[in-house]
Design a binder for this molecule. Structure first.
Ligand code: ACM
Length: 632
């Protein structure tokens, strides 16, 4: 009898567990309790709120269009399906951006201290609805229900950024707004716009019109950026574009409505070829310059110091440079309400400074011992200018070299060490290390992915932990992922590069460390893929493709090891040139490559469903990776 009671009790618990539909919120909330039951919208949806949440309820109304149900906004004291309430700091635990969401058979309520919290609560609500809510048009024959839950949620960090490079390839207002919408869905709150670089100046500066009439345009090239042929003198320079100041105001307003700040980056003194093409007197070596069209002009020796084949740096020994900087930041400061301006500061090639008599004279006059100190002199003067416009300055971690400007914040990209050093000096830090947060890198094997010089897999991005040991967390404002667009030519590929790694970074920046769990995360990623499918948005399925390691023995026999990020898929391979499927040999451990194999082909499955893409390794590639040299 006892055994039977225990069994029926277990069956009861199991039946409750099984009656729960899977909840997949990214980023993972601080606290989420799933309850029995659900709330189903019937013939209409009423959203109840007072006037203070109007923008959010109007936005939500629009987002609920795919339900096909009439949606109306009613007063806060009327009966509603979804009730918003703003409790003006009544709940200190959830802070400025947190929210509470309770759904039950009786309805859904979202409460917060501030409007940002209501917005994030509404984003979570959308993630609780079926993925068809992301469809472009109404979807019929769906039960529009929300599982019963109690959620209390707030972010770990106040700076949750994504950087978009609009210089290397220009993405306009429409695309930036789409990027902002995606960011908001995953609770990012900072869009860092990399507005200037060697390949284009992308923002109208009224007092310096040539920045955009000359600096925004280059020759159109397609292929592998960085390897393009040199433009002919008569090739049209019609590729590119820029944001007018009205465009920028529109972007800033659109982002603000979604609780996202916009931070401009004007990269200097390096990466300035577009500005120099417009105003060549800004270099220490005036001449004729053109905006770079993707042909090589910087050299990166494997273990040496990089240098420029032409001078793409602003001249710190020229007062005209600082007049230019002042004009630019006067207008930038008026356009962007965010408290920080990013001045770049990265990757300055100093080989032209080294030879410049102007720089030598400056070093003597200012008692600067080396080129690090010359750059630091420049950065400190730029900080004074930025501060004089009522803004704080942030720069890439090279601004530490030669001495950090007194009030500067540091964005640590060459790993975490710059951030650690800056925090130890008492400066504010944003972590965006290449090792975890460079989402322009390949996300799988180079045989499959569009070529970039390094790889960052999803599971590695998910390991991002912005607070290093031994550092006072109060200096770490948060983190961000950076999307450089040298190899990104269109919006579909832009999304492919951003998602799902953008999910991983968002969870690292919002969720408590203790709530992060890869095995839960990758399953949630799969359900968000379904949401992207419904929205017809691209994403990278690279987590289903294996990692490969080729080694050789002293007889030059090659062995291949394969590993998957996702644990519940199987890897199948062939060496006979035919296409493997799930009936082919399954990888269970290191495999010896047959001596005469011309190719290895690999694919992954879950049960009988293909998951990964077909990877083909020609023999020459396997030999190269294993270090086998062909006999002459
Ligand atoms: C950078 O990636 N050069 C900041």
């Amino acid at each position: 009898m006892r055994a039977r009671i225990t069994f029926s009790f277990l069956a009861f618990i199991l039946s409750i567990a099984c009656s729960f539909s899977q909840v997949s919120i990214i980023p993972e909330p601080v606290s989420l309790q799933q309850k029995e039951g659900k709330y189903t919208f019937q013939s209409s949806i009423k959203i109840g709120s007072d006037a203070s949440s109007k923008g959010i309820t109007e936005w939500l109304k629009e987002k609920l269009t795919p339900t096909g149900l009439p949606v109306s906004i009613v007063a806060a004291n009327e009966k509603a399906d979804i009730s918003f309430s703003l409790n003006k700091n009544a709940n200190p635990t959830i802070g400025k951006e947190g929210y509470q969401l309770i759904s039950s058979a009786n309805g859904i309520s979202i409460s917060a201290n501030q409007p940002a919290g209501l917005f994030y609560g509404a984003q979570t609500l959308l993630q609780l609805l079926p993925s068809a809510i992301e469809s472009k048009s109404p979807v019929k024959n769906i039960s529009w229900s929300v599982p019963a839950v109690e959620i209390s949620d707030y972010p770990r960090f106040g700076w949750r950024g994504l950087m978009l490079d609009v210089s290397r390839h220009f993405f306009g207002v429409k695309e930036v707004k789409e990027f902002i919408d995606d960011m908001a869905a995953y609770k990012y709150n900072l869009l860092h716009m990399h507005l200037t670089d060697d390949q284009g100046w992308r923002i109208e500066i009224k007092s310096l019109p040539k920045l955009t009439s000359v600096g925004a345009w280059r020759v159109e090239k397609t292929g592998t950026f960085g390897t393009f042929s040199k433009p002919e003198p008569d090739e049209p320079r019609t590729y590119g574009g820029f944001f007018t100041q009205d465009d920028i105001k529109e972007i800033v307003r659109y982002a603000k409505d979604r609780f996202i700040n916009v931070m401009p980056e004007i990269d200097m003194p390096g990466h300035s070829l577009a500005a120099i093409a417009a105003y060549p007197d800004l270099t220490c070596t005036p001449g004729t310059y053109q905006v770079n069209s993707g042909e090589q002009f910087m050299v990166w020796p494997p273990n040496g110091h990089f240098y420029g084949l032409l001078d793409n740096t602003l001249c710190p020994a020229n007062e005209k440079t600082f007049e230019f900087v002042d004009k630019v930041f006067t207008e930038i400061a008026q356009l962007f309400p965010f408290e920080y301006i990013h001045m770049g500061g990265d990757e300055t090639a100093r080989n032209f400074w080294e030879k410049s008599d102007l720089i030598k004279a400056l070093m003597k006059k200012e008692n600067l011992k080396n080129l690090d100190e010359v750059q630091s002199y420049f950065v400190k003067r730029v900080e004074k200018i930025i501060n004089s416009k009522g803004k704080k300055m942030i720069g890439w971690d090279e601004i530490l070299d030669g001495g950090l400007a007194p009030n500067a914040a540091v964005m640590s990209w060459r790993g975490m060490k710059g951030g650690i050093e800056a925090a130890k000096l008492g400066h504010e830090v944003v972590m965006s290390p290449t090792t975890f947060a460079y989402i322009d890198y390949m996300q799988g094997d180079a045989m499959l992915e569009p070529p970039v010089y390094a790889t960052l897999r999803l599971s590695k991005a998910y390991e991002f932990e912005p607070v290093p040991e031994g550092v006072d967390p109060k200096f770490i404002k948060g983190g961000q992922a950076n999307l450089w667009t040298e190899q990104i030519y269109n919006m579909r590929h832009l999304r492919y590069m951003t998602w799902p790694r953008g999910f991983a970074i968002s969870e690292s920046l919002w969720s408590p460390k203790s709530k992060k769990n890869w095995n839960n995360f990758y399953k949630k990623v799969e359900s968000h893929f379904a949401r992207f499918d419904a929205a017809q948005k691209k994403y990278a399925p690279s987590m289903y493709d294996p990692e490969f390691k080729f080694t050789k023995n002293d007889k030059n026999e090659i062995t291949v090891e394969m590993k998957t990020e996702v644990p519940d898929i199987t890897v199948h391979y062939s060496f006979d040139n035919s296409f493997p499927d799930n009936f082919y040999p399954q990888y269970t451990g290191p495999v010896k490559v047959p001596k005469d194999a011309a190719t290895m082909k690999v694919v992954t499955y879950r049960g009988d469903k293909p998951m990964g893409r077909l990877v083909v390794f020609p023999s020459a590639e396997m030999k190269k990776r294993a270090g086998v040299k062909d006999k002459m």
